[in-house]
Design a binder for this molecule. Sequence first.
Ligand code: MG
Length: 248
Amino acid sequence: MNTQPSPVDQALSRYATRTGHPFRSPQAALFDMDGVLFNSMPGHARAWEQMCLENNIPATRDEFFMYEGRTGASTINILFRRTFGREATPDEITRLYARKSQLFRMQPPVSTIPGAKDTIDACIHAGIPTVLVTGSAQTSLISRLDSEYPGAFPPQRRITARDVDHGKPHPEPFIKGRLKAGCQIPPYRTIAVDNAPLGVRAAAASGAFTIGVNTGPITPGTLLAEGADIEVPSMHQCAEVIRLLLQL
Ligand code: MG
């Protein structure tokens, strides 16, 4: 007889150990946008890589998946310290970030992440409010939420870069996201989904049951090490986990 606990059971005991409270009866589900709902990260990484190439800054495309959630200035300073042994000046930050943004807008149209619609539908069918929690302020993608995920993320259930004082990895975005779902909902009845190391750290710190979805080239296990209660390799598998959690 197989007595090995399932991955979800292991995640639930991990959650109870780290928060001191069992997870039960979910009442809210919080979703990051880039790399969770939209496949926008490859375009961001290509734009960063191209900007670096134009400015003689050595960089690899994959490293930008690790920096997801940082401000543009913070990412540019990582590159500057490594390459030039100093911080970038405000003028350099403005110029280089403007160029990176311009290169991103030239990328091919962004598609949804396979399995994300299934995940959202599972929550909607269970009557669980879904909330957007993104560090982005990118109106081109945010404005597509209504057509790609109808009814899931109305404007009153969105937290974007404009709504917080402290971005991820600070827990503020996920705490505010939970309050958007309902002011009485406790963290141990909240599910959070993010794909980036900094996002996962923020979600876990907010007290939510945290699903790390590794939709990029990040080394498996990285999101668990950042505090995710469970790490899955796709949004298809995220949907399966959420269906099980919704039965608790
Ligand atoms: Mg993301």
